[in-house]
Write a protein that binds this ligand. Structure first.
Ligand SMILES: [Zn+2]
Length: 150
């Protein structure tokens, strides 16, 4: 009963003890076993909030015991550090763009009140024909058939 490894795609024979208890999807290659563990942890973190909190706490404690680890890791792996920098730059750029769009939306919001409505003829403003209009804000659920005011 051969199976295909979910990590490397190689055919393998499941361990006879494992076959009865659970469906073995990864071969015994150490790299595939690490992939299996990563996948398990990913699913566990997504489903189990207690597990997630415990992991975060343990990670924080480890970081405080090894404060120089990431700085040294970045020094040893410049390609990793550079990729991280670029990804962070992209995140910052996107965040600025969203903030800009929000600001624009706020600026362009119509303020309720009275406005002068002036017709434009051939690019000239016809002042005598101006109308005073009142603009009010209507809620999203408004339908055209509904009445405004009394
Ligand atoms: Zn494998």
């Amino acid at each position: 009963m051969e199976r295909t490894c979910a990590c490397c795609g190689m055919r393998f024979l499941p361990h006879p003890a494992v076959i009865k208890v659970l469906y073995q999807r990864y071969c015994s290659d150490p790299e595939c076993q690490r992939a299996r563990k990563r996948q398990w942890q990913k699913e566990k973190r997504a489903k189990d909030s207690d597990y997630r909190e415990a992991q975060t706490k343990a990670q924080r404690q480890w970081c405080s015991r090894n404060p120089d680890y990431w700085r040294r890791y970045r020094q040893r792996n410049p390609a990793y550090a550079e990729r991280n920098r670029q990804e962070q730059r992209e995140r910052n750029r996107r965040r600025r763009l969203i903030a800009k769009m929000d600001a624009l939306k706020a600026e362009n919001a119509i303020i309720p009140g009275c406005y002068r409505l002036v017709p434009v003829c051939n690019g000239l403003i016809a002042k005598m024909d101006e109308l005073i209009v009142e603009i009010g804000v209507i809620s999203k659920g408004f339908s055209a058939g509904a009445q405004i005011g009394p």
